[in-house]
Design a protein around this ligand. Structure first.
Ligand code: HXC
Length: 510
């Protein structure tokens, strides 16, 4: 018995040491924490229950039979974040570069399966050289087992990926199927093929950082949601995000009581929108002044900045915020912003998070690059996402809601539950100038006449009352009372139930 216990302790100690002190030091020298240190920061103290510490690979090629490290390059198990259950895996770069073997994959699959059974999210801390080269196809099979589970878990439990080192080749596709991807600046990168292959195939010379670093994916590709300065900041922010989310698709998000009164008025909002309709203003100011305690967890802040998305709380409950940002491209809808918002709306819908939409949109972005890029299909993603969404939907039009973009942005016609407009809202097919140039083409050489027509059109359509007369707007509200009216609406919508018709699944325009 004593022997067994001693053996057990030896194995545990070996597993804890991963690839050994030298490799741990190398990891630290790169400014990175080890797999276990990361879990210590992520989870509540003392809550981590490790599984499969004694798992070893089964590879016998290339001398691997004599090269086994208990745990096989990934630490798995479950623990708590602010007292709420979470399943985790953390790849250990000190063990075979965190490369994924068949056994390594089985460990990840085991905690994913368990997470699905008990209904709790999975967080993956990725730091891996990809497929375990010595194992070949066994490793590829392992990846595919993980991918299959990612797909099955999608919309059932939240899945979050933190990229904290390399993530190359097919290894990028598990994170890509999760709900959120975060990266650490300067130490993480993701690409399907690395700089060497790129050079050979396309003759482009590019560094790993340029090709797939945190900056690239949070500003250019939109693959990652946010980038953080270092491991500790990244993991602490992940804890913050976790507090907004429900454990699974049958539970509600946790309530967090706030001292911020739900009927708080903010007079400064009455002058937020400039009198000149062509002048921009910062929509984020409205969000910060409306949500509980001014606390807004913005996602993808550096990508498609003409659209704002993120989590906040109102009356203590988690809400998803979607808003046009007039400061960038006048807040118009383009390919990137449509995709960005569509995916977020679908996440909120899957996890019973009410969606609050602030609208100031002059329309879809015109131009060949948009049309050739498929704005028709991509814009339709957002339309589809809002249309199929059954969670409470509250919309506030602060200024422009023109054309197809009016329809798309959670309009009444897409089953918006509560649709408000501010008094200066302009809900119309298009801006007065453009409209007059089309319908009064015969007056195009008479600026005086044209100006009169424009004034007439503005007077007739550039207001919220035409839509209000048809019931497309439930009420025209003072900007100062926006928070109060949304909070009341959320209470009214607490037990909302809407079901879409039965189907295997819809066919969103991908
Ligand atoms: C086995 C690996 C490995 C791998 C790294 N190591 N990658 N072992 N399989 N894929 C080992 C190294 O041998 C080394 O072992 C240790 O990990 C650290 O690696 P270094 O190269 O010293 O570290 P670094 O300089 O930081 O470079 C990291 C790296 C590089 C950029 C990740 O190791 C690398 O390019 N690795 C290969 C990446 C790759 O091609 N993977 C396959 C992609 S294809 P020692 O013992 O010296 O410490 C793929 C297909 C998946 O993933 C498809 C799924 C559908």
């Amino acid at each position: 018995m004593q022997d067994i216990i001693q053996q057990l302790e030896q194995k545990r100690a070996a597993a804890r040491m991963g690839g050994g002190q030298k490799r741990i030091d190398a990891q630290h020298a790169k400014g990175k924490l080890t797999a276990r240190e990361r879990l210590e920061v992520l989870l509540d103290e003392g809550t981590f229950e490790e599984w499969d510490m004694f798992v070893e690979h089964r590879c016998t090629d290339f001398g691997m039979q004599d090269n086994k490290i208990p745990g096989d390059g990934v630490v798995t198990g479950y623990g708590m974040i602010n007292g709420r259950l979470v399943f985790v895996y953390s790849q250990d770069f000190t063990v075979f570069g965190g490369a994924l073997s068949e056994s390594h994959a089985e460990k990840i699959c085991k905690i994913m399966d368990q997470a699905m059974k008990v209904g709790a999210p999975v967080i993956g801390l990725n730091d891996s050289g990809g497929a375990r080269i010595q194992e070949g196809v066994a490793s590829l099979g392992g990846y595919a087992e993980v991918f299959q589970r990612n797909a099955m878990a999608s919309g059932v439990i939240p899945q979050i990926s933190m990229i904290m080192g390399p993530s190359a080749g097919g290894a990028v596709y598990s994170p890509a199927m999760t709900d959120f991807i975060f990266m650490v600046k300067d130490s993480s990168y993701m690409f399907v093929t690395g700089p060497e292959v790129v050079k050979t195939v396309t003759h482009e010379e590019v560094t790993a950082e340029e090709l797939g670093g945190a900056l690239t994916h949070t500003t250019k590709s939109g693959v990652a949601d946010m980038a953080f300065e270092n491991d500790v900041e990244a993991l602490l922010m992940l804890r913050r995000l976790y507090n907004y989310l429900p454990l699974n698709n049958r539970e509600k998000s946790p309530m967090r009581a706030s001292g911020d009164p739900t009927d708080r008025l903010d007079q400064s909002l009455n002058t937020l929108v400039p009198l000149n309709a062509n002048q921009a203003y910062d929509m984020k100011e409205l969000i910060l002044k409306t949500v509980d305690d001014g606390d807004f967890f913005e996602l993808q802040p550096d990508y498609a900045k003409n659209m704002l998305i993120g989590f906040a709380r109102m009356a203590g409950q988690t809400v998803g915020i979607v808003a046009n940002q007039p400061l960038v491209l006048a807040g118009c809808l383009d390919i990137k912003s449509s995709i960005k918002a569509a995916r977020f709306v679908r996440f909120c819908d899957a996890f019973s998070i009410p969606v609050i939409t602030f609208v100031d949109v002059p329309g879809f972005m015109p131009g060949t690059s948009q049309e050739y890029g498929g704005i028709i299909k991509h814009g339709a993603k957002l339309l589809y996402a809002y249309a199929e969404c059954t969670v409470p939907k509250i919309t506030v039009i602060t200024r422009k809601a023109y054309g197809g973009a009016y329809d798309v942005m959670a309009s009444k016609h897409l089953r918006g539950d509560v649709n408000f407009a501010w008094p200066n809202a302009e809900i119309a097919v298009m801006g007065a100038k453009g409209a007059v140039e089309i319908i009064f083409r015969e007056d195009k050489n008479d600026p005086v006449k044209l100006a009169a027509r424009e004034a007439e059109y503005k007077d007739r359509f550039a207001n919220p009352f035409v839509a209000g007369a048809r019931g497309f707007i439930d009420d025209v509200i003072q900007p100062s009372e926006t928070r109060k009216r949304i909070c009341r609406s959320l209470v009214m919508l607490k037990d909302k139930k809407v079901e879409n018709p039965w189907r295997k699944h819809g066919n969103i325009p991908l």
